[in-house]
Design a protein around this ligand. Sequence first.
Ligand SMILES: NC(=O)c1ccc[n+]([C@@H]2O[C@H](COP(=O)([O-])OP(=O)(O)OC[C@H]3O[C@@H](n4cnc5c(N)ncnc54)[C@H](OP(=O)(O)O)[C@@H]3O)[C@@H](O)[C@H]2O)c1
Length: 418
Amino acid sequence: MSANVIALATSRRPAEIPSLEPVLARRVTVLGSTGSIGISTLDVIAHARATYGQDTMPIEALTAQSNVETLAAQARALHPKLAVIGDPALYTSLKEALAGTRVEVAAGRDAIVQAASRPSDIVMVAIVGVASLVPALRAVERGATVALANKECIVAAGDVFRRAIQASGAAVIPVDSEHNAVFQVLDAADPNEVDRVTLTASGGPFRGWQKDRMQAVTPAQAVAHPNWSMGAKISVDSATLMNKGLELIEAHYLFALPPEKLSVLVHPQSVVHCLVSYADGSTLAHLSAPDMRTPIAHALAWPRRIVSPSRRLDLASLGQLTFERPDPEVFPALRLAQDCLREGGLAPTILNAANEIAVDAFLTKGLGFLDIPRVVEAALGEFGSHSHNLSPANLDAVLAADGQARELAGNICRRMVA
Ligand SMILES: NC(=O)c1ccc[n+]([C@@H]2O[C@H](COP(=O)([O-])OP(=O)(O)OC[C@H]3O[C@@H](n4cnc5c(N)ncnc54)[C@H](OP(=O)(O)O)[C@@H]3O)[C@@H](O)[C@H]2O)c1
């Protein structure tokens, strides 16, 4: 990857810290409001309203893909100007569910992009998968502050985001807990002052298992995360450790860190979210209870802090925090992601697309759990030399590679399941 990378997310506090009033008046759009992160975001805003006043953080737009019932309930409770359902067939259901309200209703993929284009101060990107790419990019292009929960869009199109951020001056505040933690403790005047950034991983539900025991893992077992309550896709990614691999790539782009300065440590309690080690031997860590409402509140209010409803840390009750190295033999997805990080170009795009297809095939089509990294590895191999002629800085090239990798991975899944 290119050496002269700029950080997409700069954690340096601005010279002028705003008073709390303009922070509380920020207008917010939530893309993916019906998912785990979306619901937590609205919970943080509801808590802020109860604390600071009902006009806190007015909502510009909410979007979902197919969950009309939850979207309509959220819209009735929070009065956004616009509610969008991604599946166009559900337009009438949403329209009927919001009859008698002043909420504007729209449907379809383009309408989600339109929602990101509307003039809110902050766009929370909480759509799962690369479906977030175009709406997130639109928010960046219009110079919004982007609270970024979604990691797949940065993994697939980090260079595209870099160019768009350079052009618009948009601010990106990471919401992924480890990256939000790095954002809070990475504060070096010069990149050479940073020796290493370590992201922690819970190890997922199969930490300590041998491979043969994982052969018959079911979707229900894989989504039962020991510490976090999350959507199905990221839960499976946590179980394979692909999530941590995607996060290494995300950290590379967000903080302009070279692959050799990024590492992973398994930490089953999920209390320490990152460690930043500096040249003078200091290591700074970020700790919080495993509750996504903490990084969400931080991202919504940065550079101020607001009261959030998240669980508080009680180290005495926990007693001990433990750390161990990940096992790349048992969890090959992490190694695959690290290889793609080093290779650069479109390799992360292919990795991400193939993984999305493989996880879906595991959840819904009978693909084996251990086959997920096999599908990804095979797709990377089959995609092979195609990737070298394409520039990952170009959105069309990224979308073409993403589509091609999905097709390849789909075929590989079908062969494996047959
Ligand atoms: N959950 C966490 O604790 C956590 C932590 C760190 C990072 N993240 C990242 O945050 C993102 C969201 O994760 P999540 O766990 O909140 O996911 P989730 O619970 O599955 O929610 C996904 C949201 O995206 C919407 N959506 C799904 N497919 C879509 C499509 N094709 N187009 C537009 N919208 C679509 C869903 O709408 P419907 O409800 O209508 O399907 C839902 O609102 C992921 O990238 C994940 O890696 C999550």
